[in-house]
Every structure is written in structure tokens, then in C-alpha cells.
Design a protein around this ligand. Structure first.
Ligand SMILES: [Fe+2]
Length: 324
């Protein structure tokens, strides 16, 4: 993806869009916008600028959206991409986030970081929400980086880490996995990806430095397992600090859009047996670039399989394959 956001001075104004911050460091509610594929250019520019500034933005009362208009709106922000392994629910780009089929997101992560050009934006729409629980948390990974002591920032700037979708699920969960979770994992890891990212990337639109960590990160390059775990733990603890986060209680018809290049998120698994159904469309990102100018590298596989429809996140490796 090319960086097409206009400079702040030339951003068209869309006076009908109201921005209300939710927290000091992350999150804003946008009102005055009816999302869809027919938004004018000024409104799209205002929404995009708000996402990059606030990292995650929320819209209430977007019940009119369906799979088609959700995707049509997504196209105004960039190119929709399919999940590299999990089939969509509509034969196109809508990923089901559905607690009845074993998919769980109750670990801090950035979407799809096991491929080089992981998504720039994720657009999540709530169809069915439980009577309680099932909140989502987001963290600002630029704020987490900025609050590090200077010596730790200098170290982080030099680190690279390997991300995989085939991470150790058992180590992350105390309970035995259900059959549904086992099945989801089988689909999720049908192709096993490994990608080396810089731990700190320079954001292509804002120029901010953000941390690339989260649960797909397996180990830091050049460190043994113990040192790697300890260092990741220190950095990740800043991502998870409540001051860097926002927590959203979903209503049906809500839409959340986050800058996946500057956030992690966590879906709280506390709504018991109640149904929770959300739909996600992701927008293609670009290959991250570290502080030293080095780009992310796809270590495996040697080619990215075609999805059932369209193009997959990670397909635009753009020269990110490891040199043979
Ligand atoms: Fe996610």
C-alpha cells in the first residue's frame, strides 16, 4: 500500500464529523457519520486522520451495514485482503469473529503479524452481542514505545523478532482445548508462516515509532529463549499498561476501526455461553521498515497460498522474501 494520506494542512474538513476522545492516549468516538460506500472524500479523509491520530475509533448505530456495505466502506480506506488461512464467512472478505466456533482472541495481539505486510486497518462490526462481557481492549503501541526509558528505546530500535501463526497455544491457556478450538487451530495453521519484523517500525503515515510484539511473536533474533522471553515481557508490559489502553463495551450495530500498525487488541472471553458475532474486514498494509531502514522478511513459506477469493493479507510481499 502506498501512503496516500494528505498532510494535515491539506486534509479536507468534514464539519459533520464529531470526535470525542474516550481515553487520554487512545480511542475516540466519531459521530455524524453513516458508514457506507458512498461517503464523500472529505469525510473519508477525516475518518482516516482520526484513526491514525486516535489509533482506534468507534461508531455507534451502524445497524444499516451488511456484508456488502461493510466491504464497500472498507474500500474507501484501501484494498480489502482475505485472512491468509481462515476462510471468510461471505465468500469474499468478511472474517467471522464468532465465539461459537473456537476462534478466541483473548490474548494481546496485532492482527496477522505472521506475514510481512500485515493489515493497515481492521474494521470490526458487531452483529450480535452478549448481554454482558465480550468487551475488546486496544493498546497504543506508539505510546508504549514513547514511555520506555531512553536506553530501552535504543535497545528496542535494534531488535528483530520472528512471528508465527503456529505459536504454542497450549502454553498460553491453562485449560484443555475444546474440539472447536482444536479445529480452529488446524484451519488457522493450515499454512505455517514465519516472518521476521523489526521490534520497532516507523509508521508509514504518522512517522511515529511503534512496537511490533503480541502473541504471534515467537522469539527475538539472536537471543536464547530465556533472554528473549524476558526482554519481550518487559516491552510487552508497557503495551498492556492500563494507561495505554481503552476498553469498549459493544452494542449491536457498533463499528470499531483500528490502525493495526500502531495497536494491539484483546477480546475478553467472559460472556459465558452467550453468542457474540462480529465481522471483520481488513485493509492491506505495507511491509514494515525498522528504525535502521531494514524491512520485514518472510522466512516461510516460499510462496503465499491463494485464498478462496481475492487476495490474501501477506500476498503483497513486495520483495520481502528472505534471500536464498
Ligand atoms: Fe484480532
Amino acid at each position: 500500500m502506498t501512503s496516500t494520506a494528505p498532510a494535515a494542512a491539506t486534509t479536507p474538513t468534514a464539519p459533520e464529523v464529531t470526535v470525542q476522545k474516550v481515553g487520554g492516549r487512545i480511542g475516540a468516538v466519531l459521530s455524524g457519520v453513516r458508514l457506507g460506500g458512498d461517503l464523500d472524500e472529505a469525510t473519508v479523509a477525516a475518518v482516516r486522520a482520526a484513526i491514525v491520530e486516535h489509533k482506534v475509533v468507534f461508531f455507534r448505530d451502524q445497524d444499516h451495514l451488511d456484508a456488502g456495505s461493510h466491504e464497500a466502506f472498507a474500500r474507501l480506506l484501501g484494498t480489502p485482503v482475505a485472512h491468509p488461512t481462515v476462510p471468510s464467512v461471505d465468500g469474499r472478505y468478511a472474517l467471522g469473529i464468532d465465539n461459537e466456533h473456537g476462534g478466541r482472541a483473548n490474548q494481546w495481539h496485532t492482527d496477522v503479524t505472521f506475514v510481512p505486510a500485515y493489515p493497515a486497518f481492521s474494521i470490526l462490526r458487531a452483529e450480535v452481542v452478549p448481554p454482558y462481557g465480550g468487551n475488546t481492549l486496544w493498546s497504543n503501541t506508539a505510546a508504549a514505545y514513547a514511555e520506555l526509558p531512553e536506553s530501552l528505546r535504543a535497545l528496542a530500535d535494534t531488535l528483530r523478532g520472528v512471528h508465527t501463526n503456529d505459536y504454542d497455544y497450549a502454553a498460553a491457556r491453562p485449560e484443555a482445548p475444546s474440539a472447536a478450538i482444536e479445529q480452529h487451530r488446524k484451519v488457522f495453521t493450515a499454512t505455517k508462516f514465519q516472518t521476521e519484523h523489526p521490534v520497532v517500525r516507523v509508521h508509514p503515515e504518522s512517522g511515529e515509532r511503534t512496537l511490533i510484539l503480541g502473541n504471534f511473536l515467537q522469539k527475538l533474533t539472536g537471543f536464547n529463549a530465556r533472554d528473549s522471553r524476558a526482554l519481550i515481557g518487559i516491552l510487552q508490559s508497557h503495551v498492556e499498561r492500563p494507561e495505554n489502553t481503552v476498553r469498549w463495551q459493544w452494542r449491536a450495530g457498533d463499528v470499531a476501526i483500528w490502525d493495526n500498525r500502531a495497536t494491539q487488541h484483546y477480546g475478553v472471553d467472559d460472556s459465558d455461553a452467550h453468542t457474540r458475532t462480529l465481522r471483520r474486514v481488513t485493509i492491506d498494509g505495507d511491509v514494515p521498515v525498522g528504525v535502521d531502514g531494514r524491512r520485514s522478511t518472510l522466512l516461510a513459506p516460499t510462496s503465499v497460498p491463494e485464498p478462496e477469493y481475492g487476495i490474501a493479507s501477506g500476498a503483497s510481499t513486495d520483495g520481502a522474501f528472505a534471500e536464498a
